[in-house]
Design a protein around this ligand. Structure first.
Ligand code: ADP
Length: 166
């Protein structure tokens, strides 16, 4: 019997970058369906609202039929189990990501034995890329072309229009 493998890729995606997209594409090659799950947690004080983050992700994954975009609150493993997913995808860029991700994956295992964390590594060109660095550069009027999809670049320009030099 064929089994359909569903993976959840959770994060803040504030905003989605080409690094995130690289991971989504790699996940699509391994799993039948990939649910990109945007955290509703507000303690990170996101620049983009939940609705904006969902809309950008939906726009840039519109050409990927395997991908769905949703929001989730509460415990990730509970959401994953509810969704019928046995796999959680996380991206690892450098050693600096490792400590936190390792800790999280073991805590998640403790909370739910049935969900495995799978770490994927992006193309080298994206290993220095993070949403926070992209926001910092855009806020100061620098170009983020090539680091984020064009639709996201447009929204960043709108957000920061007239703010440079303040
Ligand atoms: P979180 O707040 O959960 O860290 P992010 O949106 O920053 O949310 O990241 C979501 C996931 O994507 C994390 O596993 C993170 O390591 C990974 N990620 C972020 N940027 C990149 C990138 N440039 N390349 C590969 N993975 C990345």
């Amino acid at each position: 019997m064929e089994k359909h493998l569903l993976a959840v890729y959770p994060g803040s995606f504030d905003p989605v970058t080409n690094g995130h997209l690289d991971i989504i594409e790699r996940a699509c090659r391994l799993f039948d369906r990939v649910v990109v799950a945007v955290s509703t947690q507000v303690d990170k004080r996101p620049l983009f609202s939940l609705e904006e983050r969902l809309a950008m992700l939906r726009e840039v994954t519109a050409n990927m039929p395997q991908v769905a975009v949703e929001s989730f609150g509460g415990l990730l493993v509970q959401y994953a189990s509810r969704r019928g997913a046995r796999v959680v995808i996380r991206g690892i860029r450098a050693v600096s990501d490792f400590d936190y991700e390792f800790q999280m994956s073991l805590m998640n295992r403790r909370l739910c034995e049935d969900v495995e964390t799978v770490f994927l590594v992006p193309a080298e060109a994206y290993t220095y890329l993070s949403s926070s660095l992209v926001k910092e550069v855009a806020a100061l009027g620098g170009s983020v072309a090539g680091l984020v999809p064009a639709a996201v670049e447009r929204r960043l320009l709108e957000k920061f229009r007239g703010r440079e030099g303040r």
